[in-house]
Design a protein around this ligand. Structure first.
Ligand code: GUN
Ligand code: ZN
Length: 430
């Protein structure tokens, strides 16, 4: 058993942040070799019971905070090199930068090398679980799955489906794309810590036949994830209305094809109406809120207040390469700023504890993985980060002055980046 003594951040079932200044985290392998949290709480209360056990090893990390590994609910690994590509908006950005970059993933060696860099960058930033787009090339999925498996990382990804309105090099063939998807589900879903996501890029780039086939697979493989984009940009919304004139709304296109259910995650969800929000809740479908991407591409603002009023699931995401950073701190910071925009404008935005929850335990709940990842309660897989709150002179100064947990978390959210992450530990040591 491995025991850590340091400050400890975790979350109660209701999302409340729990903090022990002098905390204890005990971790031990289960019968499959998966490291899990055995105990978490105050050092005072737990040390007598756990430090005395045979084989218990204590690691003391003074001045450090142990916290759940972050979960990125929506990211594109093949867009690692697209970050910072300027365009007037989503559609020209896709055409000018994204599709040409993604076409290079027909080469397996390129996919392998980007996958390794991408995973290094996730881990350097404290991200231990991601729901990631690959490209339309099946080998791009094999590359990310294989590299994640070798590191023991929890990764969910899928081959992009896009059989129309896409240039040569990324466009796939309807029937073959569905055969490839099923082959990849059978190859990877549920293997070690890997999961498959059926991945139509977005409604405009799939034919009705492809969406129908995706929905059929989603019904046959009920514990496989679904990921796509919806209602990100007004030109995109208008285009969908032309292509699917019978649909009530953009979101309902996905519902009409059986693509809204538990474990479905839609990036952006900006230009929704209240009927869409009620449908999100009814179908237990989640939104991946991507504030740095929405700011970069000028897409708009996710309405947190209306999402809460409708009570649908959501969590935070970087959306790299539309997004500006791999760092969950930069995403939480942007979410705080963007959270001022919605309808309420009550002055204050989201609380720091809630922002952090949205990128950890809340994101796990959105994925249907509550109690497994995104938290450090007993039974959770032991994915965690070691944070050094004194990693820069200003952070050292600000965090030292914090008089409450809110002040401490806020200082890190507003001033933090990858420098805060001293170490990232994934639960299945290989
Ligand atoms: N909509 C369809 N494809 C994409 C993509 O790659 N990035 C973003 N942000 N939106 C999309
Ligand atoms: Zn995206």
């Amino acid at each position: 058993m491995q025991i850590y003594r340091s400050s400890l951040l975790r979350f109660a079932d209701d999302g409340q942040a729990l903090y022990d200044e002098d905390g204890l985290l005990a971790v031990a392998p289960d019968d499959r070799g998966q490291q899990r949290v055995v105990a978490a709480g105050s050092w005072q209360a737990l040390q007598a019971q756990f430090t005395g056990q045979p084989g218990a090893e204590v690691t003391h990390l003074p001045g450090r905070i142990l916290a759940p590994g972050f979960i990125d609910l929506h990211i594109h690994y093949p867009q690692t090199d697209v970050i910072g590509a300027p365009a007037a908006g989503l559609l020209p950005w896709l055409e000018k930068y994204t599709f040409p970059h993604e076409s290079a993933f027909c080469e397996r060696a390129h996919a392998d090398s980007v996958a390794e860099f991408f995973l290094d960058e996730l881990q350097r930033n404290g991200v231990t679980t991601a729901l990631a787009f690959a490209t339309s090339h099946p080998g791009s999925v094999d590359a990310l799955m294989g590299a994640s498996q070798a590191r023991g990382m929890r990764m969910i990804t899928g081959k992009v489906l896009q059989d129309r309105h896409s240039p040569d090099g990324v466009r796939d063939q309807t029937e073959q794309s569905l055969i490839d998807t099923e082959t990849l589900i059978q190859r990877w879903h549920g293997v070690d810590r890997l999961g498959y996501a059926i991945t139509p890029r977005f409604a405009p780039t799939s034919t009705h036949e492809q969406l129908r086939g995706a929905g059929e697979l989603a019904a046959r493989y009920a514990d496989v994830w679904i990921q796509s984009h919806v209602a990100e940009n007004l030109d995109e919304v208008r285009w969908v209305a032309e292509l699917f004139p019978k649909a009530r709304s953009y979101l309902s296109v996905y519902d009409d094809f059986g693509l809204m259910r538990e474990r479905a995650v839609y990036a952006h969800c900006i230009h929704l109406d209240d009927e869409d929000r009620a449908l999100m809740r009814e179908r237990s479908t989640a939104a991946a809120v991507s504030p740095t991407s929405n700011l970069f591409l000028g897409s708009g603002f996710f309405d947190f207040a209306r999402a809460d009023a409708a009570q649908f699931l959501y969590g935070l995401a970087s959306d790299v390469g539309g997004g500006m950073s791999f760092s969950p701190f930069r995403t939480m910071q942007a979410a705080y700023v963007a959270g001022r925009e919605g309808q309420t404008k009550q002055g204050l935005s989201l609380s720091p504890g809630n922002l952090w929850w949205q990128h950890t335990a809340g994101a796990a709940r959105a994925l249907g993985l509550a109690g497994q990842v995104g938290n450090l309660q007993p039974g959770c897989e032991a994915d965690f980060v070691v944070i050094n709150p004194a990693c820069t002179p200003l952070l050292e100064r600000k965090t030292r002055q914090a008089e409450s947990l809110d002040e401490l978390l806020f200082a890190m959210i507003i001033l933090g980046d990858d420098r805060l992450i001293e170490r990232t530990v994934v639960s299945q040591a290989k």
